[in-house]
Design a protein around this ligand. Structure first.
Ligand code: GDP
Length: 531
């Protein structure tokens, strides 16, 4: 066995950060990079003040709106580890890509705003993590602002998200009264100092043992007593740390801090890196594929078009699941049953894109895509021909009927819509009984409608009008042989089919879904579709 290969794979940690917009994901990512020493060369992730779209501003829409449409991958070294952060679009509108990115992550960091608790976006993303049983770490951010009661916050996570929590540290006060965090294992309190510069540097911290008189003086008698009462309570009120449960995604270690003030970040990273694992075996058509002993294999989880406008290229992002990638490598592409050379492998490092010569299991590379790849495709080497489990299709939440304004360009229109759907930015459906003359587009975030319109005009020369249709829920009919025209209580339901002919139902609200289920015995509906 190649020791270097094993060592490289073992030091990899690949994770995604999930949060509701504004909880502090970008700030936290920046601070992680700061510890990795990468920030100096790379600038900020999405420098708030001047440009919010530094990393992957590949389209005018992004610039106009100042948001990042696509997710990118940030790699840096810290304390001997090689860290891959799969940066996910935080904007509410871009969660389909976020969902898929979670399929490539080995664990997730969930950022929660201490004054708000669990928010809508967190719940959706969290469901995907739970489906995959990946470890979920919670960072409760913005403790320098008035926070909700700590027990209440934990209770919120447990009841809304349905995962047990175990606080690794515990905050003393919040807002103006935020004094620091107490590490339950070492019994050390790191005291909080706000930094005024926006957190470019790490604030001075002083550490005290919990029994140190100086701590009591610093915190003040009232807060100190309250804190002591709380830590007596925690032991009885919360779960014990159990690393196996953490790794099975059943127990979430919780940390408190302030990303803006670079407080609690280093402590978080140190625990997180030790508690998470390097890339583990991944399920395939031939069983679990070991990341170290098997030769290079990967799967595509994201396709991004026209990053470079001049070349109209597409980049397929793949997560390496086993072995080592070397530039110019010939791989087997299961979907087309062809051997291909992976050209222009790239890694994204904040603003820079660099060509990579080698990469290991756990890493993500982007390769030039000659219109060959689809989301979920597997690539193998060494004569292997297995396929990794597909990436599910997630239920879109907004739907429009597409009206083509220039009927002469029918061919380009169909090509454009199909290609954009293949990249996974939109999903296309047809009326159940009509042909391609009626196209319905479904998206996870409404901004994708603008992206579709923009791209059809700019890349395919097709003008379209989008007419919203009043449905927000879509469900796949589990048994595709069911004749949906015979279903009962479906006058408020729209029947459509996907491009493979699978029947789906569109609903206005969850109540209608319940009604249809109640009146059609044996009917099963699915929210994710395994491909
Ligand atoms: P994202 O949308 O989740 O990426 O959130 P950002 O990282 O962009 O943060 C949203 C806002 O919250 C920004 O104005 C940040 O400066 C601010 N912010 C982030 N972390 C903290 C924190 O610890 N304390 C305070 N007071 N503000 C924070």
């Amino acid at each position: 066995m190649d020791d270097k290969l094993r060592e490289e794979i073992n030091r990899r940690r690949t994770f995604a950060i999930i949060s509701h917009p504004d909880a502090g994901k970008t700030t936290l990512t920046e601070k992680f990079l700061l510890f990795g020493g990468a920030i100096n060369t790379a600038g900020s992730v999405k420098g708030k003040a001047n440009s919010k779209y530094a990393v992957s501003d590949w389209m005018d829409i992004e610039k106009e709106r100042g948001i990042s449409v696509t997710s990118s991958v940030l790699q840096f070294n810290y304390d001997g580890y090689c860290i891959n952060i799969l940066d996910t679009p935080g904007h509410q509108d871009f969660s389909e890509d976020t969902y898929r990115t979670l399929m490539a992550a080995d664990s997730a960091v969930m950022v929660i705003d201490a004054s708000k608790g669990v928010e809508a976006q967190t719940i959706k993303l969290f469901k995907v993590c739970v489906m995959r049983h990946i470890p979920i770490f919670t960072f409760i951010n913005k403790m320098d602002r008035d926070a909700r009661d700590t027990f209440e916050l934990l209770d919120d996570i447990e009841t809304v998200l349905g995962i047990k929590t175990c606080p690794v540290n515990w905050p003393i006060g919040s807002g103006k009264e935020f004094k620091g965090v107490y590490d339950r294992k070492t019994k050390i309190v790191s005291t909080f100092q706000a930094i005024s510069t926006g957190g470019a540097k790490k604030a001075e911290e002083t550490d005290y043992h919990i029994d140190d008189e100086a701590l009591k003086e610093l915190v003040g008698p009232y807060l100190f007593d309250q804190f002591n009462e709380e830590i007596e309570l925690i032991d009885g009120a919360t779960e014990e740390m159990d690393i196996e449960k953490v790794r099975a995604g059943e127990l979430s270690p919780v940390f408190f801090g302030s990303a803006l003030n670079t407080f609690g970040i280093e402590q978080f990273l140190n625990y997180f890196l030790k508690m998470t694992t390097p890339p583990l075996g991944r399920n395939s058509s031939e069983g679990i594929i070991d990341p170290v002993t098997e030769p290079f294999s990967a799967f595509v989880f994201k396709i991004q078009a026209n990053m470079n406008k001049a070349h109209r290229d597409r980049i397929a992002f793949m997560r390496i699941c086993s072995g080592k990638f070397e530039a110019g490598m010939e791989v087997y592409h299961a979907a087309s049953k062809r051997k291909i050379k992976l050209s222009q492998p790239q890694q994204l490092m904040a603003q820079d894109r660099k060509i990579v010569d080698e990469a290991y299991a756990g890493d993500v590379i982007g390769v030039f895509d000659p219109d060959l790849f689809s989301i979920g495709d597997t690539l193998t080497t060494g004569g292997k021909k297995f396929e990794y489990e597909g990436i599910p299709t997630f239920a879109p939440e907004h739907f429009c009927r597409v009206v083509q304004l220039n009927s002469m360009k029918r061919k380009q229109f169909v090509k454009g819509v199909t290609q954009i759907a293949q990249e996974g930015a939109i999903q296309i459906f047809q009326e159940y009984t009509a042909g391609l003359s009626e196209i319905i587009v479904g998206v996870v975030g409404v901004l994708q409608f603008d992206v579709l319109k923009y791209r059809l005009e700019n890349e395919y020369g097709c003008e379209i009008r989008l007419e919203p249709i009043p449905y927000n829920y879509i469900r796949w009919v589990k048994d595709p042989t069911i004749d949906v025209t015979k279903l009962k209580r479906v006058s408020d339901v729209k029947k459509v089919k996907d491009m493979k002919g699978n029947p789906l139902l569109l609903f206005a609200n969850e109540w209608v879904i319940d009604q249809v289920l109640q009146h059609n015995e044996g009917l099963e509906l699915e929210e994710f579709r395994k491909n």
